[in-house]
Design a protein around this ligand. Structure first.
Ligand SMILES: NC(=O)c1ccc[n+]([C@@H]2O[C@H](COP(=O)([O-])OP(=O)(O)OC[C@H]3O[C@@H](n4cnc5c(N)ncnc54)[C@H](O)[C@@H]3O)[C@@H](O)[C@H]2O)c1
Ligand SMILES: O=C(O)C[C@H](O)C(=O)O
Length: 368
Protein backbone atom coordinates (compact mmCIF):
# COMPACT_ATOMS: atom_id res chain seq x y z
CA UNK A 1 0.00 0.00 0.00
CA UNK A 2 1.25 3.49 -0.89
CA UNK A 3 2.11 5.56 2.20
CA UNK A 4 0.08 8.74 2.59
CA UNK A 5 1.65 12.13 1.91
CA UNK A 6 1.69 12.86 5.65
CA UNK A 7 3.52 9.59 6.32
CA UNK A 8 6.10 10.41 3.66
CA UNK A 9 6.67 13.81 5.26
CA UNK A 10 7.05 12.21 8.67
CA UNK A 11 9.54 9.67 7.38
CA UNK A 12 11.60 12.34 5.64
CA UNK A 13 11.54 14.49 8.75
CA UNK A 14 12.64 11.52 10.93
CA UNK A 15 15.50 10.61 8.62
CA UNK A 16 16.54 14.22 8.24
CA UNK A 17 16.41 14.87 12.00
CA UNK A 18 18.61 11.81 12.47
CA UNK A 19 21.10 12.85 9.80
CA UNK A 20 21.16 16.57 10.50
CA UNK A 21 20.24 17.17 14.16
CA UNK A 22 20.71 20.91 14.01
CA UNK A 23 20.79 23.32 11.10
CA UNK A 24 19.88 26.76 12.42
CA UNK A 25 20.24 28.57 9.08
CA UNK A 26 17.46 26.48 7.63
CA UNK A 27 15.19 27.09 10.56
CA UNK A 28 12.31 28.40 8.50
CA UNK A 29 10.25 26.79 5.80
CA UNK A 30 8.25 23.60 5.78
CA UNK A 31 9.58 20.34 7.08
CA UNK A 32 9.60 19.03 3.53
CA UNK A 33 11.64 21.97 2.28
CA UNK A 34 14.18 21.47 5.03
CA UNK A 35 14.28 17.77 4.42
CA UNK A 36 14.62 18.31 0.67
CA UNK A 37 17.45 20.70 1.19
CA UNK A 38 19.26 18.36 3.49
CA UNK A 39 18.55 15.32 1.40
CA UNK A 40 20.29 17.13 -1.47
CA UNK A 41 23.28 17.75 0.75
CA UNK A 42 22.37 21.31 1.67
CA UNK A 43 24.74 22.73 4.23
CA UNK A 44 23.97 25.49 6.69
CA UNK A 45 24.27 28.73 4.84
CA UNK A 46 22.90 32.19 4.33
CA UNK A 47 19.51 33.44 3.25
CA UNK A 48 19.65 35.51 0.10
CA UNK A 49 16.91 37.46 -1.68
CA UNK A 50 17.08 38.68 -5.28
CA UNK A 51 14.71 41.57 -6.08
CA UNK A 52 14.10 41.79 -9.82
CA UNK A 53 14.85 38.07 -10.17
CA UNK A 54 12.89 37.58 -13.40
CA UNK A 55 14.91 40.13 -15.37
CA UNK A 56 17.84 39.85 -17.73
CA UNK A 57 20.33 40.02 -14.86
CA UNK A 58 18.02 38.51 -12.26
CA UNK A 59 17.59 35.12 -13.94
CA UNK A 60 21.25 34.16 -14.48
CA UNK A 61 22.03 35.71 -11.10
CA UNK A 62 19.42 33.49 -9.47
CA UNK A 63 20.82 30.46 -11.27
CA UNK A 64 24.37 31.19 -10.16
CA UNK A 65 23.33 31.92 -6.56
CA UNK A 66 21.50 28.58 -6.51
CA UNK A 67 24.89 27.03 -7.29
CA UNK A 68 26.61 28.86 -4.44
CA UNK A 69 27.27 26.50 -1.55
CA UNK A 70 27.12 29.37 0.96
CA UNK A 71 23.42 29.89 0.19
CA UNK A 72 20.84 27.80 2.02
CA UNK A 73 17.69 29.76 1.16
CA UNK A 74 17.13 31.76 -2.02
CA UNK A 75 14.11 34.07 -2.33
CA UNK A 76 13.25 35.26 -5.84
CA UNK A 77 11.08 38.38 -5.99
CA UNK A 78 9.77 40.28 -9.01
CA UNK A 79 6.65 42.07 -10.16
CA UNK A 80 6.37 39.63 -13.10
CA UNK A 81 7.16 35.96 -13.77
CA UNK A 82 8.70 35.19 -10.37
CA UNK A 83 6.82 31.87 -10.01
CA UNK A 84 8.04 30.65 -13.41
CA UNK A 85 11.66 31.48 -12.74
CA UNK A 86 11.39 29.93 -9.28
CA UNK A 87 9.87 26.69 -10.58
CA UNK A 88 12.62 26.44 -13.18
CA UNK A 89 15.51 27.13 -10.82
CA UNK A 90 14.12 24.97 -8.06
CA UNK A 91 14.76 21.89 -10.21
CA UNK A 92 18.52 22.42 -10.00
CA UNK A 93 19.99 19.73 -7.77
CA UNK A 94 21.92 22.05 -5.50
CA UNK A 95 21.37 22.64 -1.81
CA UNK A 96 19.57 25.98 -1.54
CA UNK A 97 15.81 26.00 -1.00
CA UNK A 98 14.21 28.35 -3.57
CA UNK A 99 10.98 30.27 -3.00
CA UNK A 100 9.25 32.70 -5.34
CA UNK A 101 7.44 35.95 -4.48
CA UNK A 102 5.31 37.93 -6.92
CA UNK A 103 4.31 41.56 -6.57
CA UNK A 104 4.33 44.18 -3.85
CA UNK A 105 1.99 42.24 -1.56
CA UNK A 106 4.61 39.47 -1.27
CA UNK A 107 7.64 41.71 -0.77
CA UNK A 108 7.52 41.27 2.99
CA UNK A 109 7.63 37.49 2.72
CA UNK A 110 10.52 37.73 0.28
CA UNK A 111 12.59 39.88 2.63
CA UNK A 112 11.89 38.61 6.11
CA UNK A 113 14.94 37.01 7.69
CA UNK A 114 17.34 37.64 4.79
CA UNK A 115 21.10 37.99 5.34
CA UNK A 116 21.87 39.41 1.90
CA UNK A 117 19.57 41.23 -0.52
CA UNK A 118 20.71 41.67 -4.14
CA UNK A 119 18.79 44.25 -6.22
CA UNK A 120 18.90 44.12 -10.02
CA UNK A 121 15.33 45.53 -10.31
CA UNK A 122 14.85 48.40 -12.71
CA UNK A 123 14.91 49.40 -16.34
CA UNK A 124 18.08 49.02 -18.42
CA UNK A 125 19.48 51.38 -21.08
CA UNK A 126 18.62 51.36 -24.75
CA UNK A 127 20.98 52.72 -27.45
CA UNK A 128 21.35 56.48 -27.18
CA UNK A 129 20.44 56.58 -23.48
CA UNK A 130 22.77 57.45 -20.63
CA UNK A 131 22.53 55.77 -17.26
CA UNK A 132 21.19 59.02 -15.87
CA UNK A 133 18.14 58.60 -18.12
CA UNK A 134 17.18 55.63 -15.95
CA UNK A 135 17.20 57.66 -12.78
CA UNK A 136 13.57 58.72 -12.53
CA UNK A 137 12.07 55.24 -12.83
CA UNK A 138 14.78 53.28 -11.04
CA UNK A 139 14.96 55.70 -8.12
CA UNK A 140 11.30 54.99 -7.36
CA UNK A 141 11.77 51.23 -7.65
CA UNK A 142 14.83 51.22 -5.40
CA UNK A 143 13.10 53.43 -2.86
CA UNK A 144 10.12 51.07 -2.52
CA UNK A 145 12.33 48.01 -2.25
CA UNK A 146 14.59 49.61 0.35
CA UNK A 147 11.59 50.62 2.43
CA UNK A 148 10.75 46.91 2.48
CA UNK A 149 14.30 46.02 3.51
CA UNK A 150 14.26 48.59 6.32
CA UNK A 151 11.08 47.03 7.64
CA UNK A 152 11.71 43.31 7.15
CA UNK A 153 15.47 42.70 7.26
CA UNK A 154 17.13 45.88 8.55
CA UNK A 155 20.38 44.05 9.26
CA UNK A 156 20.79 42.55 5.82
CA UNK A 157 23.70 43.38 3.55
CA UNK A 158 22.38 45.14 0.44
CA UNK A 159 24.07 44.72 -2.96
CA UNK A 160 22.57 47.35 -5.26
CA UNK A 161 22.93 46.74 -9.00
CA UNK A 162 20.18 49.00 -10.43
CA UNK A 163 21.56 51.93 -12.41
CA UNK A 164 22.66 54.62 -12.07
CA UNK A 165 24.47 53.04 -9.14
CA UNK A 166 26.03 56.32 -8.06
CA UNK A 167 22.50 57.71 -7.54
CA UNK A 168 20.57 54.64 -6.41
CA UNK A 169 23.00 53.97 -3.54
CA UNK A 170 22.52 57.47 -2.01
CA UNK A 171 18.75 57.06 -2.42
CA UNK A 172 18.87 53.75 -0.57
CA UNK A 173 20.96 55.42 2.14
CA UNK A 174 18.32 58.14 2.58
CA UNK A 175 15.55 55.55 2.87
CA UNK A 176 17.49 53.66 5.52
CA UNK A 177 18.33 56.88 7.38
CA UNK A 178 14.68 57.83 7.46
CA UNK A 179 13.80 54.42 8.83
CA UNK A 180 16.61 54.64 11.39
CA UNK A 181 18.30 51.50 10.03
CA UNK A 182 21.18 52.97 8.01
CA UNK A 183 24.49 51.18 8.37
CA UNK A 184 26.91 52.43 5.69
CA UNK A 185 28.93 49.26 6.03
CA UNK A 186 26.03 47.20 4.77
CA UNK A 187 25.03 49.19 1.71
CA UNK A 188 27.19 48.36 -1.30
CA UNK A 189 26.75 49.45 -4.91
CA UNK A 190 27.84 46.66 -7.24
CA UNK A 191 30.69 47.77 -9.51
CA UNK A 192 32.42 44.44 -9.96
CA UNK A 193 31.56 44.34 -13.66
CA UNK A 194 34.27 46.93 -14.25
CA UNK A 195 36.79 44.72 -12.48
CA UNK A 196 35.69 41.73 -14.54
CA UNK A 197 35.99 43.76 -17.75
CA UNK A 198 39.39 45.05 -16.72
CA UNK A 199 40.59 41.50 -16.11
CA UNK A 200 39.26 40.41 -19.48
CA UNK A 201 40.68 43.25 -21.52
CA UNK A 202 44.07 43.32 -19.81
CA UNK A 203 44.74 39.61 -20.20
CA UNK A 204 45.36 39.50 -23.96
CA UNK A 205 47.95 42.25 -23.61
CA UNK A 206 49.98 40.00 -21.35
CA UNK A 207 49.04 36.60 -22.74
CA UNK A 208 47.45 35.85 -19.36
CA UNK A 209 44.58 33.53 -18.71
CA UNK A 210 41.78 34.02 -16.24
CA UNK A 211 39.94 31.14 -14.66
CA UNK A 212 36.40 31.76 -15.84
CA UNK A 213 35.03 28.33 -15.11
CA UNK A 214 33.56 28.85 -11.67
CA UNK A 215 32.17 32.22 -10.62
CA UNK A 216 32.50 31.41 -6.96
CA UNK A 217 36.22 30.82 -7.42
CA UNK A 218 38.54 33.78 -7.35
CA UNK A 219 40.08 34.57 -10.68
CA UNK A 220 43.78 34.01 -10.69
CA UNK A 221 44.08 37.49 -12.01
CA UNK A 222 42.08 40.12 -10.24
CA UNK A 223 42.85 43.75 -10.76
CA UNK A 224 41.37 45.91 -8.07
CA UNK A 225 40.32 48.63 -10.40
CA UNK A 226 37.16 50.59 -10.36
CA UNK A 227 36.17 52.72 -13.23
CA UNK A 228 33.19 54.09 -11.43
CA UNK A 229 35.54 55.50 -8.85
CA UNK A 230 34.56 58.99 -9.74
CA UNK A 231 30.96 58.32 -10.61
CA UNK A 232 29.36 56.00 -13.08
CA UNK A 233 28.83 58.39 -15.96
CA UNK A 234 31.41 58.34 -18.72
CA UNK A 235 32.44 61.97 -18.58
CA UNK A 236 33.20 61.77 -14.89
CA UNK A 237 34.74 58.33 -15.04
CA UNK A 238 38.34 57.78 -14.20
CA UNK A 239 40.73 59.39 -16.60
CA UNK A 240 43.92 57.46 -16.23
CA UNK A 241 43.95 53.71 -16.19
CA UNK A 242 47.34 53.45 -14.57
CA UNK A 243 46.45 55.78 -11.71
CA UNK A 244 43.87 53.47 -10.28
CA UNK A 245 45.60 50.20 -11.05
CA UNK A 246 46.26 48.70 -7.64
CA UNK A 247 48.07 45.42 -7.73
CA UNK A 248 47.55 43.12 -4.82
CA UNK A 249 50.36 40.59 -4.89
CA UNK A 250 48.16 37.88 -3.38
CA UNK A 251 45.55 38.22 -6.08
CA UNK A 252 47.53 39.15 -9.11
CA UNK A 253 49.81 36.64 -10.64
CA UNK A 254 51.61 38.68 -13.23
CA UNK A 255 55.22 38.04 -14.05
CA UNK A 256 56.86 40.39 -14.83
CA UNK A 257 54.70 43.04 -13.07
CA UNK A 258 52.32 44.94 -15.35
CA UNK A 259 53.13 48.26 -16.79
CA UNK A 260 51.28 49.87 -19.66
CA UNK A 261 52.42 52.00 -22.53
CA UNK A 262 50.47 55.26 -22.98
CA UNK A 263 48.70 53.67 -25.98
CA UNK A 264 47.71 50.61 -23.95
CA UNK A 265 46.54 52.85 -21.12
CA UNK A 266 44.35 54.83 -23.49
CA UNK A 267 42.96 51.70 -25.14
CA UNK A 268 42.17 50.00 -21.83
CA UNK A 269 40.66 53.10 -20.26
CA UNK A 270 38.35 53.66 -23.18
CA UNK A 271 37.45 50.00 -23.65
CA UNK A 272 36.46 49.61 -20.01
CA UNK A 273 34.68 52.96 -19.77
CA UNK A 274 32.71 52.14 -22.91
CA UNK A 275 32.10 48.48 -22.07
CA UNK A 276 28.47 49.07 -21.11
CA UNK A 277 27.72 51.08 -24.23
CA UNK A 278 29.44 48.44 -26.39
CA UNK A 279 26.96 45.83 -25.11
CA UNK A 280 23.94 48.15 -25.28
CA UNK A 281 24.80 48.88 -28.93
CA UNK A 282 25.33 45.22 -29.80
CA UNK A 283 21.99 44.27 -28.26
CA UNK A 284 20.23 46.82 -30.48
CA UNK A 285 17.54 47.90 -28.04
CA UNK A 286 17.17 44.55 -26.24
CA UNK A 287 18.79 45.86 -23.04
CA UNK A 288 22.24 46.16 -21.51
CA UNK A 289 24.81 43.72 -20.13
CA UNK A 290 23.04 40.94 -18.27
CA UNK A 291 25.09 37.75 -18.32
CA UNK A 292 28.46 39.32 -17.56
CA UNK A 293 26.73 41.47 -14.92
CA UNK A 294 25.20 38.42 -13.27
CA UNK A 295 28.61 36.74 -13.27
CA UNK A 296 30.26 39.82 -11.74
CA UNK A 297 27.46 40.34 -9.21
CA UNK A 298 27.73 36.73 -8.07
CA UNK A 299 31.46 37.10 -7.53
CA UNK A 300 30.73 40.14 -5.39
CA UNK A 301 27.85 38.50 -3.50
CA UNK A 302 30.08 35.52 -2.83
CA UNK A 303 32.72 37.85 -1.36
CA UNK A 304 30.03 39.38 0.89
CA UNK A 305 28.89 35.96 2.08
CA UNK A 306 32.47 34.97 2.80
CA UNK A 307 32.81 38.19 4.82
CA UNK A 308 29.62 37.34 6.70
CA UNK A 309 30.90 33.83 7.32
CA UNK A 310 33.86 35.40 9.05
CA UNK A 311 36.57 34.89 6.45
CA UNK A 312 39.46 37.25 6.95
CA UNK A 313 40.61 39.90 4.53
CA UNK A 314 38.14 39.51 1.71
CA UNK A 315 38.72 42.52 -0.51
CA UNK A 316 36.52 43.74 -3.36
CA UNK A 317 35.51 46.97 -5.09
CA UNK A 318 32.16 48.61 -4.39
CA UNK A 319 30.40 51.96 -4.46
CA UNK A 320 30.05 52.89 -0.80
CA UNK A 321 29.80 55.75 1.68
CA UNK A 322 33.29 57.14 1.32
CA UNK A 323 35.83 57.49 4.06
CA UNK A 324 38.72 57.96 1.68
CA UNK A 325 37.55 60.93 -0.44
CA UNK A 326 35.69 64.10 0.39
CA UNK A 327 32.76 62.78 -1.64
CA UNK A 328 29.86 61.37 0.35
CA UNK A 329 29.91 58.22 -1.80
CA UNK A 330 32.64 56.81 -3.95
CA UNK A 331 33.83 53.48 -5.28
CA UNK A 332 36.84 52.02 -3.57
CA UNK A 333 38.34 48.84 -2.33
CA UNK A 334 36.46 47.52 0.63
CA UNK A 335 37.39 44.87 3.08
CA UNK A 336 34.56 42.47 3.73
CA UNK A 337 34.88 40.58 6.93
CA UNK A 338 37.47 40.33 9.61
CA UNK A 339 40.94 41.77 9.39
CA UNK A 340 42.44 39.26 11.73
CA UNK A 341 42.92 35.59 11.04
CA UNK A 342 41.55 32.97 13.37
CA UNK A 343 45.08 31.74 13.67
CA UNK A 344 46.88 34.97 12.83
CA UNK A 345 49.81 34.68 10.53
CA UNK A 346 51.65 37.82 11.50
CA UNK A 347 53.63 38.26 8.31
CA UNK A 348 50.47 37.99 6.20
CA UNK A 349 48.66 40.43 8.44
CA UNK A 350 51.53 42.91 8.20
CA UNK A 351 51.61 42.55 4.42
CA UNK A 352 47.85 43.09 4.25
CA UNK A 353 47.94 46.21 6.41
CA UNK A 354 50.77 47.58 4.31
CA UNK A 355 48.92 46.82 1.11
CA UNK A 356 45.62 48.35 2.23
CA UNK A 357 46.50 51.15 4.65
CA UNK A 358 43.84 53.55 3.46
CA UNK A 359 42.94 52.10 0.13
CA UNK A 360 39.28 51.67 0.96
CA UNK A 361 36.85 51.70 3.76
CA UNK A 362 37.02 48.73 6.01
CA UNK A 363 33.75 46.99 6.13
CA UNK A 364 33.69 44.55 8.96
CA UNK A 365 30.36 42.86 8.91
CA UNK A 366 28.61 42.23 12.14
CA UNK A 367 27.99 38.54 12.43
CA UNK A 368 24.62 38.04 14.00
N1 LIG B 1 25.72 47.83 -11.69
C1 LIG B 1 26.02 47.27 -12.84
O1 LIG B 1 27.17 46.90 -13.09
C2 LIG B 1 24.95 47.03 -13.86
C3 LIG B 1 25.25 46.32 -15.04
C4 LIG B 1 24.24 46.11 -15.95
C5 LIG B 1 22.96 46.58 -15.72
N2 LIG B 1 22.70 47.27 -14.58
C6 LIG B 1 21.35 47.78 -14.28
O2 LIG B 1 20.58 46.73 -13.68
C7 LIG B 1 19.19 47.00 -13.89
C8 LIG B 1 18.47 45.75 -14.42
O3 LIG B 1 18.94 45.40 -15.68
P1 LIG B 1 18.28 44.16 -16.49
O4 LIG B 1 19.01 44.06 -17.76
O5 LIG B 1 18.19 42.97 -15.61
O6 LIG B 1 16.81 44.73 -16.75
P2 LIG B 1 15.48 43.89 -17.06
O7 LIG B 1 14.45 44.84 -17.54
O8 LIG B 1 15.81 42.72 -17.92
O9 LIG B 1 15.06 43.33 -15.63
C9 LIG B 1 14.63 44.16 -14.60
C10 LIG B 1 13.66 43.38 -13.76
O10 LIG B 1 13.25 44.24 -12.70
C11 LIG B 1 11.88 43.97 -12.48
N3 LIG B 1 11.25 45.06 -11.76
C12 LIG B 1 10.81 46.24 -12.22
N4 LIG B 1 10.24 46.94 -11.22
C13 LIG B 1 10.34 46.19 -10.11
C14 LIG B 1 9.94 46.37 -8.77
N5 LIG B 1 9.32 47.45 -8.36
N6 LIG B 1 10.19 45.38 -7.91
C15 LIG B 1 10.84 44.26 -8.31
N7 LIG B 1 11.23 44.03 -9.56
C16 LIG B 1 10.99 45.00 -10.45
C17 LIG B 1 11.30 43.77 -13.86
O11 LIG B 1 10.05 43.11 -13.81
C18 LIG B 1 12.39 42.95 -14.52
O12 LIG B 1 12.15 41.57 -14.35
C19 LIG B 1 19.16 48.18 -14.86
O13 LIG B 1 18.92 49.36 -14.13
C20 LIG B 1 20.54 48.20 -15.46
O14 LIG B 1 20.91 49.48 -15.92
C21 LIG B 1 23.67 47.50 -13.66
O1 LIG C 1 25.89 50.25 -19.47
C1 LIG C 1 24.87 49.98 -18.86
O2 LIG C 1 23.82 50.64 -18.99
C2 LIG C 1 24.82 48.79 -17.96
C3 LIG C 1 26.01 48.65 -17.09
O3 LIG C 1 26.23 49.74 -16.26
C4 LIG C 1 27.26 48.31 -17.86
O4 LIG C 1 28.31 48.91 -17.61
O5 LIG C 1 27.21 47.38 -18.68
Amino acid sequence: MQPSRAEVHQRIARISAHLYPSNPQIGEGSMLERANCRAKGGAPGFKVAILGAAGGIGQPLAMLMKMNHLVSVLHLYDVVNAPGVTADISHMDTGAVVRGYLGQSQLEGALTGMDLVIIPAGIPRKPGMTRDDLFKINAGIVRTLCEGIAKCCPNAIVNLISNPVNSTVPIAAEVFKKAGTYDPKKLLGVTSLDVVRANTFVCPLYQLTVNYSNPSQESRLCFMIDFRAYGISLDTSVTAFAEVLGLDPREVEVKPPCSFTPEETEYLTKRIQDGGTEVVGAKKGAGSATLSTAYAAVKFADACLKGLRGDACVVACAFVASQVTELPFCASKVRLGRLDWRRPRKSLLRAFRKEFPSSGISIEFQIQ
